[in-house]
Design a binder for this molecule. Structure first.
Ligand code: UD1
Length: 328
């Protein structure tokens, strides 16, 4: 899937200094005027190339959102509290960022008549009745996070229907890759850190729960497609269709790092989904979305370079700043 060129547009990336957002900024810069709205709580300024306009502010703040969105053509909305367990511990706090702020942003997009690409989640499905799960499946979230993402996903569709705003919602499965870090980040980065440090690799529950891990570079290509597609007002699954159990993942990472960390089990996580796997035929049909990076090569590249690089056969040889990659 070659990404269509997006050029000479004014683009806002909320959460643009974060994991997915910063890779998207790399893909958009320097052919567009790129703005980043970020609190830098989990995001990092070091990820941002020179020439990007930075608004150090919160997506919950109407003034900051107004300033950031003024005159933009496209908004990629990646600012969020991404931790499912945090949402279980503090549902109102995550609701403010994941839902109320998103609504503020959709309203601002109406003012600017800007296209909006929102980050929804596989968490909207809860425990799917069938696997792989398609967009028409029953939605039944098991966490506040999933409820918030489902509401956002539905608002995006409704804003297209009611107000003619061009929206696309991406239901991300488990995204991983360079720059994913911190206490609330995904299981791959946690296991990698544990394996490298020689500490126990901590599986929550029996490890038989499964996930569909999709590399961030594939996610970026999908976002670039969303910027130009005519198929708006829709939600799309973004995953690979391949499921891996958490136990398999722990073993793969231990082997790939050559670590002697023991694999240990602790209590299962409240609100956790048992199995998750994407049917991506809708994104493939409407957006030409296809993944290029297998979990094996994605993990290999994370382990190999410590920081960031991707294998040449997957993306072509481009490496600049820390954690940078080429997703064109
Ligand atoms: C993840 C994303 C969420 C996204 C969703 C889509 C993160 C932090 N969350 O949630 O934003 O919308 O996918 O499906 O990326 N686990 C362990 N040990 C650990 C950490 C996790 O066993 O140390 C297990 C968890 O219990 C869970 C699985 O690994 O079963 C995945 O957990 P996690 O990476 O936090 O992602 P999700 O909860 O699936």
């Amino acid at each position: 899937m070659d990404s269509p060129a997006i050029r000479d547009r004014t683009v806002l990336v909320t959460g643009g200094a974060g994991f997915i957002g910063s890779h998207l900024v790399d893909a958009l810069h320097p052919h567009n005027e790129v703005r980043v709205l970020d609190t830098f709580t989990t995001g990092d300024r070091a990820y941002l190339p020179e020439g990007v306009t930075v608004i150090d502010g919160d997506v919950r703040d109407p003034i900051a959102v107004q300033e950031a969105a003024r005159g933009v053509d496209i908004i990629f909305h990646h600012a969020a509290l991404v931790s499912v367990s945090q949402s279980v511990d503090a549902p109102r706090q995550s609701n403010e960022t994941n839902l109320e702020a998103s609504l503020l942003l959709l309203e601002q997009a109406r003012q600017e008549d800007a296209r909006v690409v929102v980050a929804s989640s596989a968490a909207v499905y809860g425990h799917p009745d069938e696997l792989p799960v398609s967009e028409t499946a029953r939605t039944n979230p098991t966490s506040p996070y999933g409820v918030q993402k489902l509401a956002l996903d539905q608002y995006a569709r409704l804003y297209e229907e009611l107000y003619g705003l061009e929206t696309v919602a991406f239901r991300y499965f488990n995204v991983y890759g360079p720059r994913q870090q911190g206490p609330y980040s995904g299981v791959i980065s946690t296991f990698l850190e544990q394996a490298r440090a020689g500490e126990p690799i901590t599986i929550e529950g029996d490890g038989q729960q499964s996930r569909d891990f999709v590399h961030v570079s594939d996610v970026i290509r999908a976002n670039l497609r969303a910027a130009t597609t005519d198929a708006v007002g829709e939600a799309y699954n973004i995953g690979t269709g391949q499921r891996t159990t958490i136990e398999e993942l722990a073993e793969t990472i231990r082997d790939a790092t050559g670590s002697s960390s023991p694999i240990v089990h602790r209590e299962p996580r409240p609100g956790d989904i048992r199995h998750s796997g994407a049917d991506t035929s809708k994104a493939s049909r409407d957006l030409g979305f296809e993944t290029r990076i297998s979990l094996e090569s994605g993990i290999r590249s994370l382990v190999g370079e410590g920081a960031a690089t991707l294998p040449d056969e997957d993306t072509g040889p481009v490496q600049e700043r820390q954690g940078s990659g080429s997703f064109s």
